[in-house]
Design a binder for this molecule. Sequence first.
Ligand SMILES: [Zn+2]
Length: 326
Amino acid sequence: MRSVFSLLFLLAASVTPALAFCGAHTHLDRRAEGEAVEISSFGYTGTNGPLLWTQLDTANNGLCSTGSNQSPINMVEGQFQLISGSDIELTIPDVPEGAPFENLGTNVEVVMKDVGGQFVLEGKNYTLEQFHFHHPSEHVDNNVSLPMEMHMVFSTEAEEIAVIGVYIDLVDVVSVLELHILPRAVPSNLLETIFSSVGEIATPGTSTTTKPLIMSEVVTLLKGGNFQRYTGSLTTPPCSENVEWSVATEKLLLSKATYQAARDVIGFNARFPQNNLGEPNLLAIAMAGAQVSAETPVESPVEAPANTTAVRRRQRLQKKRGTSVE
Ligand SMILES: [Zn+2]
């Protein structure tokens, strides 16, 4: 155990800090027109799951088990800085011709590389690459898990990454009459539009084109709320750090029927919540615990004594009968 434990730390030290990522794993690569969608090699359950991501590619994924600023996290006070949506610059043009919508096996992703979405964070310009969905939410909203979470991934020319996380909750669809009498929350037009095509990419490795996307809805919603800012990591291998996270306090809503259609294609794709920022990686702690327990000799079970009760009973009987030979 000791050698594996040490090896993981060595691997972490040898990984290039932030963005030595494999594009196919971070969904940031640009596929040539007509090229098949590459399916992710990692997964979320069993031996492909997040407990063993480092072992899937020890040369690149060391931070998954050793990084101390890993995402997602439980968004509780003290873990983030709150900034007003009105203080950020976020522009995402509408996409009247629709955008490529792909099934990567681990996720469904809307490719936005050429749309020209911009996010300015602390004076740095990030360009929108894509957005994708997790089921259930990866971040935990003050101890509460949400049905889904959308990640809008931006990058600079130097491949620095910023991600906007938006929780997705469910809403009952009401009739027009009910809506008139009692105005209430309605499903996001953007999400309903995107997921109306999710059945077309039910098979991993397939892609389609969405219907026209009106992005102003989500931009207006996000800018009207706040963002919980922190510096974490990719939530997928290779778990690179120095990723700038902005988790929105405003939530998008989805009808239950559309949620079920999306869920049935996405499956389960949420990494477990990581330790508090700056504290040791939970997997490193778990491995240290396993090492201690492996080094503690297990007490050999006390040899079961002969069935003394039966022996005494037999002796008593023999004495009574006068047949004892002892
Ligand atoms: Zn994500």
